[in-house]
Design a protein around this ligand. Structure first.
Ligand code: GCB
Length: 599
């Protein structure tokens, strides 16, 4: 029964429990292929506006029910309103549109009857921004970061019926977190991606990486990591289409390695996104999935895919389905968004400004779209803070673990529009070496800023010399001539001096237009103004020799609290080439034509 008074003893005990709680456990790779039941659907919720938390005035982490008429219980999940998972809360409930704080979610579910030895895990594809997870009253752990997955083992903790899973979800913005306090996108909160109860055998395939060997396009390198393996346990690897079937023994850490020659291997590229059915088996566990093989490199100022020079015909995307409203999370959402990019003749998409859901990379693999993935290391990061650095490394580890077998992903981007200073440089160097230490097969970039040459007083001459570019493979630039700097006709006067012999990608350029608003091209917010801006920018970029790719900002209008102009913005960033109702603006067709000519 509910404690009749909240004593200090209770509070202190709860605090000690909190400190002693484990963080999330090593992630299971390729969750979609595992035996599972979905915990998606309607969950009950209580809003905890004053964030009294699990140890506070109302003990939301415990599913306490009134048992006798005299009991005082001041909340009730059984009678509470419900909300869909996956999904953000902002677009589901009008009263939660602007809400930033904590909401407690509860799901009750039966546990499937399991055979002896079967292990069970709860897997969250993402909870925005942080989660505290309780199962049947016991705390399982916490997770920080709204865009990457986490899991907890729950073997032996489930009852046949009536399990109560409670998740405290907070989307409060905090100075020392990633992102920081101000972003030009909506701070959606909630259990925004799938929740699953996963079953695996006692010894199972925890993680694996399958890719081309370094320096040899006819060799595949495979690493498989087993959990709970015996020394010498056999692991087999097969690609039936290539008549490849090999076995290896796991070492004492449960790791098996293969280096397999395969002269017939066809490489993956956007024109022919060839994938192979790969199967990995060990003991009672077997995993299958589609994997493509490709090599991405730079050579001087060139970008090279499978030995051939490539130009990135890109577009930026937020993880939002404007038509349904709110965060995108499903395979259908991925097909809609990437389908629009394909229609514009893109071979590349920048997934801005945080890791998108796993469907995006899987659908991109299938459709032949190269991807840039990034963390929200965006404006206002607390560069001096070691904890913040720790969160950045943790989130990159989770993202890379999830997406490392995706041929589509070619760039990890470590920052967006951050100022050159020693603390930021130390932070980003640490992040870069962390990323390279777990994955050195992809290119590193960061979206940088340019400066007008004030010293020479050549205001039309731009200089790109941010020293952080020294540790990057691609120099990327956010560039708003004609929108934040001058009118579109100023483009023809601009020149660029880029201090690095590396490929350059324009990671953002563009301007706003309200779809259906027409007028003179000099009138801001008209489709004509946006079209003019695109025409002038494209001519300007043609003259910058090192450019190897473009990413218009942005493919689709997106919600942002920074965009308040009534009747034009109404809380939407209007730089989309497509409106929030899916209508294409004139500049979309200009980009489509331009990319056709770049094929
Ligand atoms: C930027 C930011 C992006 C904004 C965009 C804009 O430079 O990187 O997040 O949304 O400009 O629209 O101003």
């Amino acid at each position: 029964p509910f404690p009749r008074s909240v004593s200090f003893v209770v509070l202190i005990c709860c605090h000690i429990c909190l400190l002693a709680t484990e963080a999330a456990e090593p992630l299971i790779t390729n969750i979609q292929a595992r035996e599972q039941i979905s915990l998606n659907g309607k969950w009950r919720y209580h809003v905890d506006q004053y964030q009294t938390g699990s140890g506070g005035f109302v003990p939301y982490s415990q599913d306490i029910k009134q048992e006798s008429p005299s009991d005082r219980v001041e909340y009730s999940f059984d009678d509470a309103d419900s909300i869909w998972v996956p999904g953000d809360w902002n677009t589901q409930k009008p009263k939660l549109y602007y809400f930033e704080g904590t909401i407690w979610y509860r799901k009750t579910f039966p546990s499937p009857a399991t055979s002896p030895g079967v292990r069970q895990f709860l897997y969250f594809d993402a909870v925005a921004q942080r989660a505290e997870v309780f199962l049947n009253g016991e705390k399982l752990g916490e997770h920080e970061g709204g865009f990457t997955p986490f899991n907890f083992e729950v073997s032996g903790k489930l009852k046949p019926t009536g399990n109560s899973l409670i998740v405290g979800v907070s989307n409060r913005r905090e100075e020392d977190k990633i992102p920081g306090m101000v972003t030009d996108w909506w701070n959606y909160g909630g259990i925004t991606r799938d929740v699953r109860l996963v079953e695996v055998p006692a010894t199972f395939i925890q993680d694996y990486s399958v890719q081309l060997a370094p320096d040899n396009d006819q060799q595949i390198e495979v690493t498989v990591e087993l959990d709970n393996a015996t020394n010498g346990q056999s692991v087999s690897f097969e690609i039936a289409e290539l008549a490849l079937s090999e076995t290896a023994e796991a070492d004492q850490d449960g790791i098996a390695r293969f280096l397999i020659s395969t002269p017939e291997l066809q490489l993956w590229n956007p024109e022919n996104p060839k994938r192979y059915s790969v199967s990995i088996e060990s003991g009672q566990d077997k995993i299958e999935e589609q994997i493509g093989f490709r090599r991405i490199q730079t050579s001087g100022t060139k970008l090279v895919l499978n030995g051939e020079e490539i130009f990135l015909r890109g577009a930026c995307l937020h993880e939002e389905n404007p038509i349904r409203g709110g965060r995108a999370y499903s395979e259908e959402d991925a097909r809609l968004l990437l389908g629009w990019a394909k229609e514009m003749n893109c071979n590349f998409v920048r997934l801005a400004h945080y890791p998108h859901n796993e469907h995006m990379a899987r659908v991109a693999d299938e459709m032949g779209i190269l991807l840039w993935e990034e963390l929200p290391l965006y404006w206002g990061i607390d560069w001096k803070n070691e904890n913040t650095l720790g969160f950045a490394k943790q989130q990159f580890s989770e993202l890379i673990r999830r997406d490392k077998n995706r041929a589509s992903v070619i760039v990890w981007s470590i920052a967006n529009e951050t100022g050159d200073n020693p603390d930021r440089n130390h932070f980003l160097r640490e992040v870069a070496s962390h990323v390279r230490s777990i994955d050195n097969t992809r290119l590193l970039s960061a979206a940088l800023k340019k400066f007008a040459d004030h010293i020479g007083e050549r205001h039309d001459h731009y200089i790109v010399n941010d020293p952080i570019a020294e540790i990057l493979d691609i120099v990327s630039l956010n560039d708003y001539v004609g929108w934040y700097q001058g009118l579109p006709d100023s483009c023809e006067r601009k020149s660029y001096e880029i201090a690095f012999e590396k490929p350059v990608v324009i990671s953002e350029f563009g301007g706003g237009a309200l779809q259906g608003f027409h007028g003179e091209k000099e009138t801001r917010w008209t489709e004509e103004y946006q079209l003019w801006l695109y025409e002038e920018n494209l001519k300007m970029f043609e003259k910058v020799e090192k450019i190897r790719g473009l990413c218009p900002w942005i493919l689709v209008d997106f919600r942002s609290p920074l965009r308040q102009l009534p009747h034009i913005q109404d809380e939407w960033n209007r730089k989309g080439l497509i409106s929030e109702s899916g209508e294409k603006k004139a500049a979309f067709f200009e980009m489509q034509r331009y990319y056709e000519s770049k094929k």
